[in-house]
Design a protein around this ligand. Sequence first.
Ligand code: ZN
Length: 387
Amino acid sequence: LRQAVALARTGRRLFLAEFAGGILFLWIVLRLGWASRFRNGAERVSRRKILQAVIFCPALLLTLDIANLPFRLWAHTVLVGYGLSIEGWVPWLVDWAKAEGVSLIITTFIGWLIISLIRRHPRRWWLTAWAVTVPLLILGVYAEPLIVEPLFYEFRPLADGHPALAAQVRKTAARAGVVIPAERIFEMLASKKLTEVNAYVSGIGGSKRVVFWDTTLLQMGESEALSIFGHELGHYALHHIWKGLALAAAGMALGFPLLAWVFNFTLRRWGDGWRIRGPGDWPALAVLLLLVSLAQVALLPVGNAISRHFEHQADVYGLEVIHGVVPDAPQAAARTFQSLGEINLEEPEPSAVTVFFFYTHPPIADRLGFALQYNPWASHVEPEFIK
Ligand SMILES: [Zn+2]
């Protein structure tokens, strides 16, 4: 418990320090004219916009991410110190470089796209930007489990290593009336790098899947694994990824015009001092990045509140789906939360302020308490999801 509380405090400090450091460094990059120097360099090499993007965007991003590296090193040191990660420094650095490569490719494309849209539609670029961002976001969620996740972890069908559990999993899904093909249930070989336990749902359409970390299967019994699966099946069956995407699209429809307005205001007010020629100039992307970072943190409590709602729904769904399948289901679910909290060193009872700002899930003690008291069957109330 002491470790969990200390880790949570360090995590919050790390988050705040990293955020403040990121904003400060972006401001320095603008103030010292580095962003405009990257643009000068890019324009000297080529007159073609796409080649300028290929030089400007990686130069800006690598500068920012190298400045951010000490925070990442600090974070890894903390995880290793608490025994949650066992990844050595060399593989860790290789993973960082891979993530950096993926991020450079994506951000270069997005940077080029945004500057092209601003130049073509100087007044209404935010509208076209929204219209292309939404399908790109959907494409990203589709491609992530197919392209990005395998860069960092090995996956195999759950049935390969755990045929008995895979059969139970299928039976549980069938009880909820959900058809989930065996090839969409995976085991992720996390134990080479991590000791934490976890499971998740990712992808949409043809890439949609449920993934168990192998650490979870190594440390938990079948009842606990099924109780975790019940929760993930909730996300899967209630289409939480699609709903999240729809909410993000709606949020961006409201936010983009406001962002464009603040962007123009910022450039009028400080653009000359930062040697930015106008909204369609490459270094203006650093301004946009600064504003988006500020907006992301300001909106964090909103996103987290929505996420906590989905997570609670998945908990309810999970309890309903294992009812009658797993012996003494409420106790099994409670044991799962207890193990999850102990192994992952989760702070059981964080303050309301901490939950409001940082928590994507309800606190583990609340989830455990809910699992023990949720019993619509005893009082003949209709269950919420599985009738
Ligand atoms: Zn969840």
